[in-house]
Design a protein around this ligand. Structure first.
Ligand code: UGA
Length: 433
């Protein structure tokens, strides 16, 4: 099929490359000429394992192209809207500016009978509004939320747990079945829903994941007050298949471009719909999440004797999670900046995210290697659990620091190994010795 993909950020670039990989003819459209030039040259403008290979293969096949010219969408049978919906500067609500600009740009080029498919995460009700906007041109609208995780984007796109589509006709359902034929043949289930349900599936999935993380982090707070160990507690409750062990990693909590802004936008939308009470608990989920950040700063302060001023603090990790260079709402950088505000000399290392971190927090100091960051440190903080840090030899790190205090804010290091190498090890939600 001939497809257009409007917006070639994280979601759109991955979707465009993967759809071409499935055999479709795809044009990716973005307003940013630098992004378009990079993608057209086979370069992914962010770190995503496996995506450069898929992009390059798709370009070589001749089925994938990129442009800034939205008129290139004319002739496509299906148009995917993949632009971002960040949090508004002044409120919890989603900023829908990019979505409506994309729609307005597409209206003159979406032929009668073509299908406009929303993939962006949006407030419930958006699809219906969009359908009304395209009604005159005769293009139809469908909703097809995306569940890909950064760091696993290709795998999640080509082998998703499920496909969810919100459609208003059997014909539109059939069109999407043709787009995803290869996945359906592989046995991926497709759930067919109305617009509102399809939109809500996405935000409620992210709200549930955020709630699970904050639940275990709330247990962390109780563990800290009682000398219990949250990692064992999570392992034990996770063995009950009704609870499940995934997304129960206690630590510094969730960040990134999705979970934090999605739960806030969901609360804002619920308020507009008059059901704000239904989601009041998400405010608590958000607050538990923020408290882990301040608790980590408290632990660093305690480790250096009560005052951070002029203490040297090594921070391992800047990305919001490993295998990503994304620093949007990164818990690690939030903590690093808070330590700096209290007068500490903060030295940050991250295997991939330092360029992005520097753009946001130019006042922090960045080291080229994990060991360089740790040199002469009074306390070392693990804030993003990259494999490189988990595998590092604590004895080698002990050689370069001033004081052997480590705070493992992701509960990813082996306390036995670190203590054996002479370190005072503290994990979030774990007993101190
Ligand atoms: C999340 C969802 O997992 C995807 O399904 C969804 O498609 C995506 O948002 C989106 O809306 O686009 P992502 O933001 O890539 O994906 O990251 P996650 O893997 O969900 O991690 C989010 C945050 O939670 C990270 O900061 C991570 O460190 C933290 N986390 C995760 C925990 O603190 N504990 C856990 O047990 C799991």
């Amino acid at each position: 099929m001939r497809l257009s993909v409007i917006g070639t950020g994280y979601l759109g670039a991955t979707h465009a490359a993967c759809m071409a990989q499935l055999g479709h003819e795809v044009v990716g459209i973005d307003a940013d000429p630098a992004k378009v030039a990079a993608l057209a040259a086979g370069q992914v403008p962010f770190f995503e394992p496996g995506l450069p290979e898929v992009l390059q293969q798709a370009l070589a096949s001749g089925r994938l192209s990129f442009t800034t010219d939205v008129s290139a969408a004319a002739g496509a049978e299906v148009h995917f809207i993949c632009v971002g919906t960040p949090q508004r500067a002044s409120s919890y609500a989603a900023d829908m500016g990019q979505v409506w600009s994309a729609v307005e740009a597409l209206v003159p080029h979406a032929a009668a009978g073509s299908l406009v498919v929303g993939k962006s995460t949006v407030p419930v009700g958006t699809a219906a509004q969009m359908r009304d906007r395209f009604a005159q041109s005769g293009a139809h609208v469908a909703w097809n939320p995306e569940f890909l995780r950064e760091g696993h984007a290709v795998q999640d796109t080509l082998h998703p747990d499920r496909l969810v589509i919100g459609v208003e006709s059997a014909e539109d359902e059939q069109t999407l079945r043709t787009v995803y034929r290869a996945l359906l043949d592989d046995g991926v289930p497709m759930l067919v829903a109305d617009f509102a349900t399809a939109e809500l599936v996405k935000v409620s999935a992210n709200a549930f994941l955020a709630t699970k993380i904050s639940f275990i982090n709330a247990m962390s707070e109780v563990c800290e007050a009682t000398g219990a160990d949250v990692t064992l507690l999570a392992e034990a409750i996770g063995m009950d298949p009704r609870i499940g062990s995934s997304f129960l990693r206690a630590g510094l909590g969730f960040g990134g471009g999705c979970l934090p802004k999605d739960i806030r936008a969901f609360m804002a939308r619920a308020g507009e719909l008059g059901v704000d009470q239904a989601l009041t608990f998400l405010r608590e989920v958000d607050e538990i999440n923020q408290r882990r950040r301040s608790r980590t700063v408290d632990m660093a302060r305690e480790a250096v004797g009560g005052r951070l001023r002029d203490k040297r603090v090594a921070v391992w990790g800047a990305a919001f999670k490993p295998d990503s260079d994304d620093v949007r709402d990164s818990p690690a950088l939030h903590v690093a900046a808070a330590l700096h505000t209290e007068g500490a000399d903060v030295i940050v290392h991250d295997p991939r995210a330092m360029d992005n971190a520097r753009e946001l927090f130019s006042h922090l100091v960045y080291a080229d290697t994990a060991l360089d960051a740790a040199r002469d440190a009074d306390v070392l903080l693990l804030l993003t659990e990259w494999r490189d840090y988990v595998d590092i030899d604590p004895a080698a790190v002990a050689e370069v620091v001033t004081e052997r205090h480590v705070i493992d804010a992701r509960n990813a290091l082996d306390p036995v190994r670190w203590r054996a190498a002479g370190w005072t090890y503290r994990g979030l939600g774990r007993p101190s010795a």
